[in-house]
Design a protein around this ligand. Sequence first.
Ligand SMILES: *[C@@H]1O[C@H](CO)[C@@H](O)[C@H](O)[C@H]1NC(C)=O
Ligand SMILES: *[C@@H]1O[C@H](CO)[C@@H](O)[C@H](O)[C@H]1NC(C)=O
Ligand SMILES: *[C@@H]1O[C@H](CO)[C@@H](O)[C@H](O)[C@H]1NC(C)=O
Ligand SMILES: *[C@@H]1O[C@H](CO)[C@@H](O)[C@H](O)[C@H]1NC(C)=O
Ligand SMILES: *[C@@H]1O[C@H](CO)[C@@H](O)[C@H](O)[C@H]1NC(C)=O
Ligand SMILES: *[C@@H]1O[C@H](CO)[C@@H](O)[C@H](O)[C@H]1NC(C)=O
Ligand SMILES: *[C@@H]1O[C@H](CO)[C@@H](O)[C@H](O)[C@H]1NC(C)=O
Ligand SMILES: *[C@@H]1O[C@H](CO)[C@@H](O)[C@H](O)[C@H]1NC(C)=O
Ligand SMILES: *[C@@H]1O[C@H](CO)[C@@H](O)[C@H](O)[C@H]1NC(C)=O
Ligand SMILES: *[C@@H]1O[C@H](CO)[C@@H](O)[C@H](O)[C@H]1NC(C)=O
Ligand SMILES: *[C@@H]1O[C@H](CO)[C@@H](O)[C@H](O)[C@H]1NC(C)=O
Ligand SMILES: CC(=O)N[C@H]1CO[C@H](CO)[C@@H](O)[C@@H]1O
Length: 517
Amino acid sequence: MRLVPLLTFLLSIASFTLSLCNGNLNVPCPENERQTLLMFKKDLNDSSNLLSSWVAEGDCCTWTGVACDNLTGHVRELHLAAYYDEVAGEYHRLGGKVNPSLLNLKHLTYLDLSYNDFGGRQFPSFLGSLKGLRYLNLSDARFDGTVPHQLGNLSSLRYLDLSGNYGSKVENLKWLSGLSQLKHLGMSWVDLTGASHWLQVNTLPSLLVELHLSGCELSHIPSGIANLTSLKVLDLSSNYFNSTIPQVNTLPSLLVELHLSFCELYHMPSGIANLTSLKVLDLSWNQFNSTIPQLSDNNFSGHLSDQLGIFKNLHRLDLSNNSISGLIPVSLGNLSRLEELIISNNLFEGVVSEAHFTNLTRLDTFYANENSLTLKTSPDWVPPFQLSLLSLSSWRLDPSQLPAWLQSQKHLLALNMSSTGISGTIPAWLWNISSVESQEMGYASIFVDLSRNQLSGEREGHFLEDGGFYMSLGLGFAFGFWIVLGSLLSNVPWSNAFSQFQNRIVKKFYAAIVERY
Ligand SMILES: *[C@@H]1O[C@H](CO)[C@@H](O)[C@H](O)[C@H]1NC(C)=O
Ligand SMILES: *[C@@H]1O[C@H](CO)[C@@H](O)[C@H](O)[C@H]1NC(C)=O
Ligand SMILES: *[C@@H]1O[C@H](CO)[C@@H](O)[C@H](O)[C@H]1NC(C)=O
Ligand SMILES: *[C@@H]1O[C@H](CO)[C@@H](O)[C@H](O)[C@H]1NC(C)=O
Ligand SMILES: *[C@@H]1O[C@H](CO)[C@@H](O)[C@H](O)[C@H]1NC(C)=O
Ligand SMILES: *[C@@H]1O[C@H](CO)[C@@H](O)[C@H](O)[C@H]1NC(C)=O
Ligand SMILES: *[C@@H]1O[C@H](CO)[C@@H](O)[C@H](O)[C@H]1NC(C)=O
Ligand SMILES: *[C@@H]1O[C@H](CO)[C@@H](O)[C@H](O)[C@H]1NC(C)=O
Ligand SMILES: *[C@@H]1O[C@H](CO)[C@@H](O)[C@H](O)[C@H]1NC(C)=O
Ligand SMILES: *[C@@H]1O[C@H](CO)[C@@H](O)[C@H](O)[C@H]1NC(C)=O
Ligand SMILES: *[C@@H]1O[C@H](CO)[C@@H](O)[C@H](O)[C@H]1NC(C)=O
Ligand SMILES: CC(=O)N[C@H]1CO[C@H](CO)[C@@H](O)[C@@H]1O
C-alpha cells in the first residue's frame, strides 16, 4: 500500500518521459526551483539515500519524487512518502528539518511527506502559505505539537491528512472553516479535546466525503457531523464514548462506512438501522453487555432478526468481542452481499441452520468462535458459499462429527473447529482438503485446528504430536495455536511457508481482527 505513491510516481515519470518523446516538451525545471529543492534537501536527514538523484546538475523534473508541469517545467508535486523496502522489511525514511525554502515552489499542488520521521519537531507552520496545495499528507511523520492554524489558509486543499502524529493536538478547529474545498480530512490520533466545542458548530468543511477521527479523545459524536451531507466514510473508532449512546440519528443518512470499534460502547448506537446505505459497520471491541431484549428500543438489536435484513448492502459485519446474546436471526440469510461475518467472542446461543446461509453466496470469511452456538446441517447440505476462513471453535456441531460439506469448500485456507465436541475417526477426505490458492502456492496446505475434540485416526498422533507444526502467531491471537497439517511442509522451507502464510492468510486475519490494535 505504501508503495503506491512511489509506483504512481514512477508511472507518472514514465508517462512524462513518453510525452517528452512525443511532443518536444522537454521543459526543464526553472533554475530557482532546482536550487530550492537542493536547499530543501540540505536540511533533511537522508540517511537511506532516497534523494540520491537530487544532485547539483541536471533537470530536477527527473529527480525521484518530483513531478513537474509538462508545459512550464514548474515543480507541481513532491511525492516524498517514506519508502518501504520489502526485501529488508524496513522503511527508508527522511528525517531532519523541513526547510521553508519550499515556499519558493509557487506552483506546488501536492506534497506528501507521510511516514517519514521528523523526530517530534513542530508541524511546519509555513506550509500554510503554500497557497496552491490541493493535497497535503503529513500522516505518521512524527510531527508533534499543535497543528498550526495557518493550514486554514490553504483554501484549495482537497486532501489533508495529519493522522498518526501521536502526541500532537489542536487548540481549536476554527481554521478548518477556511478549507472550503476539503473532501478528505484525516486527523486520527491528534488530540482534539481542546477543540470539542468547534466540532459542534459548523466548522467542518461541508464537502467532506471522508472524515477520520480515530483516537482523537472525543467523548461523543460531534453534532456538527450531522450537516455533512456528502459524508460517506466516518471513522470514529478508538474514542471513549463511555456509556453514552451515540446519537446516530444525527449522522448523515447516506453514510457508507461507519467505524465505531474500540469506543467503550455499552449500548448499540440508536438508529443505526436508519443508515440504509451502510456497507461497512464496525462495532467490534466494545462493551455491549445488554441482551438483545434490552436493546429493543433502538431499532437495531431489539428486532435484530427483522432489522438485519435491511442491510442489503452489507459487505462486512464485525460484532466481535462483545457480549451480545440471543439467537442469530434467520434474516442473516438475506444479506446476499455479505463477504465477512465476524461475530466471535459473544454470547450468541441457539441453533444456526442452513436457512441462516440461504443467500450468503459471497460469504468468504466466517469467524464466529467463542459463542454458545450449535451448527445443525443435513448430511447432504451443499452450502451456497466458498469460504476461505472458517472458525467455529467452541460451537457444538449437530451431528457431532466433521461436517461432510467441508468437502465442497475449494478455497479454504484456515479452519478452526477446536472444542466442538466432535468425535469419531478423522475422515480420509480431510487429508485432501486444500484450496486452489494453496495449490497455486506449490504445496497443498490449509491451517487446521481440530484440537480438544475426541477425534481418532491413523494420522492423529502424527499431526497432533510430532509431525505437525505448532505455531503461535503472537500479537494477541486469542485462539492460540494453529496446527499445520503435516504432509505439506516436509519439502517446503519453513520460512518460505511462513511467508506464504503471512501473505495469504495472516493478512486476512489482520484485516479482520488485528488491524485495530
Ligand atoms: C540521520 O538519521 C539516521 C537514521 O535515523 C540516524 O542514525 C542519524 O543519527 C541521523 N543523523 C543526524 C545528523 O541526525
Ligand atoms: C500534460 O499533462 C497533463 C496531465 O498529465 C495531460 O493531460 C496533458 O495532455 C499533458 N500535455 C501535453 C501537451 O502532453
Ligand atoms: C497519506 O499517506 C499515507 C501513507 O503513505 C496513506 O496511507 C494515506 O492514504 C494518505 N492519505 C491520503 C488522504 O491520501
Ligand atoms: C493567513 O495568512 C495571512 C497572511 O497571508 C495571515 O495573516 C493569517 O494569519 C493567516 N491565517 C491563518 C488562519 O493562518
Ligand atoms: C445544520 O444546518 C442547519 C441549517 O443549515 C443549522 O440550522 C444547524 O444549526 C446545523 N447544525 C449543526 C450542528 O451545525
Ligand atoms: C464514564 O461515565 C461515567 C458517568 O457516566 C463517569 O463517572 C466515568 O468517569 C466515565 N469514565 C470515563 C473513563 O470517562
Ligand atoms: C429512523 O427513521 C424513522 C423514519 O424515517 C424515524 O421515524 C426514526 O425517528 C428514525 N430513528 C432514529 C433513531 O433516527
Ligand atoms: C451494562 O453495563 C452498564 C455500565 O457498566 C451497567 O450499568 C449495566 O447494568 C450493565 N447491564 C448488564 C445487563 O449487565
Ligand atoms: C423504530 O422504527 C419505527 C418504524 O420502523 C419508528 O416508528 C420508531 O419511531 C422507531 N423507534 C425508534 C426508537 O427509533
Ligand atoms: C428476506 O427478503 C425477502 C425479500 O426481500 C423477504 O420477503 C423476507 O421476508 C426476508 N426474510 C427475512 C428472514 O428477513
Ligand atoms: C436471494 O437472492 C435472490 C436473488 O438476489 C432473490 O431473488 C431472493 O429473493 C433472495 N432470497 C432471500 C431469502 O433473500
Ligand atoms: C479475546 C479477547 O481479546 N477478548 C477481549 C475482549 O475485550 C475485553 C475488554 O473489552 C477484553 O478483556 C478481552 O480480553
